[in-house]
Design a protein around this ligand. Structure first.
Ligand code: SF4
Ligand code: MG
Length: 327
């Protein structure tokens, strides 16, 4: 397994008390696979990714428990320098906001080329050639000319491609993309997603796609992990989950995306708000919003029940949900 996260817990110390951002998350992704991590903002999906990338190693965030196995080695037990080296060579992250992640006063060619100069000891001339090659890889038209342009001279979609090129430069085994297309319009979103999916195949990388939008990842993900209040509430192969969700929260997310053939139907929105992470409700944390909730849900926290060999649901009543009840 390329990446195997187990029982991860992360907390933040805030003025209102301890925020339990990640509460026992486990997921895995292998080379050549795409895992989509889905959830509303504050569900813990980005924080989990930041813990994997090692950008949470400083306060106020704190990893209190768990393991992050990368190619079988637990990054959390390694010493600083070795940990950095393994991460640096093995994983890269793509963020939502390409404009603020890129240097505005440096041409994109220089920024891409610098990766090769700093990390691979390439000459300037060689680095420039590699930059052009990368821009071609991410399908930026007229790459040989555009390599001299600055970030603001590109459209949002093209800038996101440049971010992807930066992430690819050192040929990581794993890429984590945190809402990579949220700032883009719908057609461009689909193009960027397709590109990521193609590159994943070409390079045989593991890809983790973090999103709040189920519609965007449906065609490119192999598996989905749905997060709520810092836990994974459902995990399944993407097609199984689409066909019949085994958790009421997933059901709500599915019902809130417009789908072909459902025109004119009132879109369902999950009522209420996600919980305050300093005061997560007891029992099932989703119970205040759940149409299937009953007494046991308020007192007993559901484990991740095994629905089938490949599926899990953290709902006491996953069978009913699978049968389409409470809908
Ligand atoms: Fe709803 Fe209860 Fe299932 Fe939680 S355990 S999702 S409250 S039915
Ligand atoms: Mg986020």
């Amino acid at each position: 397994m390329l990446l195997d996260v187990r029982d991860l817990h992360v907390e933040f110390h805030t003025r209102d008390g301890v925020a339990h951002a990640v509460n026992g998350v486990g997921y895995a992704v292998d080379a050549g696979q795409t895992l989509a991590v889905l959830g509303e903002s504050g569900s813990g999906k980005s924080v989990t990714a930041q813990a994997v990338m090692g950008i949470l190693d400083t306060p106020p965030g704190r990893i209190t428990r768990g393991r992050i196995l990368f190619r079988g080695r637990d990054l959390l037990t390694l010493k600083g320098e070795e940990r950095r080296r393994i991460r640096g060579a093995g994983m890269a992250m793509i963020f939502q906001d390409a404009l603020s992640a890129l240097n505005p006063v440096m041409t994109v060619g220089d920024q891409l080329g610098e990766m090769f100069v700093v990390h691979r000891g390439a000459s300037r001339r060689d680095a420039r050639a590699r930059a052009v090659e990368l821009m071609e890889r991410v399908r930026i038209p007229a790459a040989a000319q555009r390599v001299r342009d600055y970030p603001h001279q590109f459209s949002g979609g093209m800038r996101q491609r440049i971010m992807i090129a930066m992430a690819l430069a050192l040929e990581p085994a794993l890429i984590i993309a945190d809402e990579p297309t949220t700032a883009l319009d719908v057609t461009v979103q689909a193009q960027v997603m397709d590109l990521l999916a193609d590159l994943r195949r070409e390079y045989r990388m593991g890809l983790i796609l973090i999103t709040h939008d189920l519609g965007v990842v449906a065609d490119v993900a192999d598996r989905i992990a749905v997060m709520y209040a810092g836990r994974i509430v459902e995990t399944a192969p993407v097609h199984d989950l689409y066909k019949a969700p085994a958790h009421p929260y997933t059901r709500g997310l599915l019902d809130s995306i417009p789908r072909l053939g459902h025109k004119g139907r009132q879109l369902y929105a999950i009522k209420g708000l996600p919980p305050n992470l300093t005061h997560i409700p007891p029992g099932c944390s989703f119970h205040p919003r759940c149409p299937l909730a009953r007494d046991v849900c308020r007192t007993e926290e559901p484990p991740l029940y095994e629905v089938s060999g490949e599926r899990g649901s953290a709902c006491h009543f996953w069978r009913e949900c699978l049968d389409g009840l409470g809908h």
